[in-house]
Design a protein around this ligand. Structure first.
Ligand code: GLU
Length: 596
């Protein structure tokens, strides 16, 4: 451990908090010049800034930026760029994401929409052939599913708006990791193995990820010099070098003529992306969603993500629910029911606001929440799926919940959370959609393309009113839910998770665990998860206690692992509690600038 640079009173506070939470204080991170084994810990308490991600290298690089005087935005970009190296199957410059930022100087919360866009040639029936939707797996591994990546523009926008470093400085740590390499862990091997079949179909992907045809071994050093060179180009020429010119042409070529090996058994459809789609890409700033819950202000991501609206609506429903205080069973019953009701409304009303008139204000209104909340029966689970409500501003008495139609979603992605000594906070979720994106590495550039456009519905799921069909230049609806919670205008908690549409329930369940069930943040993150997204059965991890909920009529199916959250809680007295997963996805990495 490094010698402490804290004042006596701060040491005492950290010690007290540590004892209270029953935690070990994290060692300050090492700064290896050469790749070494990971020393990651899932919980850290201290001062001066914090970084928490799924990966030790990404957390270390983000922490180095804070130590060098960078702010939370610089650290978030640096950590995200490193995740593009060490977690290339979950995120990277070939994908998109949503960036939520609390600015300490103004007390404002800002967001950047870095969602991928559909090509201008994409019509609502893009995933339909001969009147039937193409198989989902075919769509995933295709050029058709690749949207214009939003991540490079997100980084440039965040740094220009609120950063203190330029892109070159923010990328330098990640570039070094790409060039020198990192030590392969079991998660990396597992994720490569899961993709080995389709990576083998593309020469560029096989060359990068399958050395001599097989995934790398645990403990070996993995280098990505192509990505290091690509980061160098962005560092020197800015992200316009991604959206125009040679790299843009290479992306378009990959999408339009996927580099499939001649004898591959895969059917790989080409995509519609053109240079003009890349050149016109923008990552707009959007107003965050905001609801109040138990006296706290919860800020989230507005459409085209459904994260903020669905987490927010569910919290409003929980707060509007009559009765209480509730015991653990009734609290979790309420959580499952509020989630199902909010998902019904999400599915019916939320899409890209440039194409769909999303009734966001009504979805997040207390009146609508009260109407939805009175459908919850404390004695019996609703029959799922429930039908959507009518967020029209005219809210009346309770009616029985009608039955709706079933909808499902996919898995992967990554979330990171940073805070700096000035009190700025970033909550950032980024993705390439499926684990391994569309499977295609852009030849010579070291990164995978996304398959984000499979987040569109392939056919109408809403009786002529589907807000999430493909469209030219449209952004597919997301579930990403990077969240920042303020108490009296000051940061209280920042968190998020990967996991497709389970992102929403993971964020919601952590909040219920933390705010309603009295768990501390490490326990709230570690607790077994259950996810009700308006389907007949609740997906639940094996450790989730089902018995009392089954007695109320909830039906469960197994999901071995839901989400991989990270978060930071801002403790009284200015201490930071940085938390990552203790076990899911191989465990995450939390660190603080000064602690222990
Ligand atoms: N593409 C998903 C979304 O935007 C995230 C993917 C995942 O987390 O698995 O909602």
């Amino acid at each position: 451990m490094r010698p402490s640079r804290q004042t006596g009173s701060r040491v005492a506070l950290v010690a007290a908090v540590t004892l209270a939470l029953g935690l070990g204080v994290a060692p300050a991170s090492a700064h290896p010049q050469q790749p070494g084994p990971s020393d990651k810990v899932p919980v850290a308490i201290g001062y001066g800034g914090a970084v928490t991600t799924v990966d030790a290298d990404a957390t270390r690089v983000g922490l180095d930026v804070l130590r060098q005087g960078g702010n939370a935005v610089d650290a978030a970009v640096a950590a995200a760029a490193t995740l593009g190296v060490t977690e290339p199957f979950s995120s990277g410059i070939g994908g998109g994401g949503f960036f939520v930022y609390y600015d300490a100087a103004t007390g404002q919360v800002h967001t950047i929409d870095g969602r991928e866009t559909a090509p201008m040639q994409m019509q609502s029936d893009a995933f339909v052939e001969d009147g039937v939707p193409i198989p989902f797996a075919d769509a995933v591994t295709s050029g058709l599913s690749a949207g214009v990546p939003g991540t490079p523009r997100t980084w440039a926008t965040a740094l220009a708006q609120w950063g203190s470093m330029d892109l070159g400085q923010a990328l330098s740590g990640a570039t070094e990791v790409a060039r020198r390499g990192f030590v392969v862990d079991q998660t990396f091997v597992d994720q490569t193995t899961a993709n080995a079949g389709r990576f083998a179909a593309f020469r560029s992907s096989a060359d990068l990820f399958l050395r001599r045809g097989a995934p790398p071994e645990v403990g070996s050093v993995f280098r990505n010099r192509d990505l290091a060179r690509t980061y160098d180009v962005l560092a020197h020429r800015g992200v316009d070098a991604f959206y125009t010119g040679g790299l843009a042409s290479e992306i378009v070529r990959t999408v339009q003529r996927p580099p499939v090996r001649p004898r591959s058994p895969l059917v790989v459809r080409p995509g519609l992306l053109e240079l003009s789609d890349l050149a016109s890409y923008q990552a707009p700033l959007r107003e965050p969603t905001r609801v109040s819950y138990r006296g706290l202000d919860v800020y989230g991501m507005a459409p085209p993500s459904s994260g903020g609206s669905t987490v927010g609506e569910a919290l409003n429903i929980l707060e509007a629910r009559p009765g209480g205080p509730f015991d653990t069973t009734q609290t979790l019953h309420g959580y499952l029911e509020a989630s199902a009701l909010a998902f019904a409304d999400r599915n019916r009303y939320v899409g890209d606001p440039a194409f769909v008139d999303v009734p966001l204000e009504q979805l997040l209104s207390d009146g609508f929440a009260a109407e939805r909340a009175c459908l919850i029966n404390p004695a019996a689970a609703l029959v799922k799926p429930v039908a959507p409500g009518v967020p029209d501003g005219d809210y009346g008495s309770c009616e029985a919940a009608p039955v709706g139609a079933d909808v499902s979603d996919g898995q992967s992605t990554t979330h990171l959370t940073t805070a700096d000594r000035w009190g700025n906070v970033v909550s950032y979720t980024l993705t390439i959609e499926s684990l391994g994106g569309n499977g295609m590495v852009v030849p010579g550039h070291g990164f995978l393309l996304n398959n984000e456009l499979t987040d569109f519905n392939f056919t109408d799921t809403q009786g002529g009113n589907d807000p999430n069909l493909p469209g030219p230049g449209k952004r597919p609806r997301s579930s990403m839910a990077p969240t920042i919670i303020l108490s009296d205008g000051k940061p209280f908690l920042a968190l998020g998770s990967p996991g497709g549409s389970t992102i929403i329930t993971t964020v919601l369940q952590i909040l219920v665990n933390r705010l309603d069930l009295g768990m501390d943040l490490p326990a709230a993150v570690a607790a077994p998860r259950a996810s009700q997204r308006n389907t007949a059965a609740v997906q639940a991890e094996p450790g989730f206690d089902r018995t009392a909920l089954q007695a109320l009529g909830h039906v469960f199916t197994d999901n071995p692992e839901i989400g991989a959250a990270t978060g930071i809680e801002f403790l009284p007295g200015g201490a930071l509690l940085a938390v990552a997963e203790p076990a899911r996805r191989g465990g995450g990495s939390a660190a603080v600038v000064q602690g222990g």
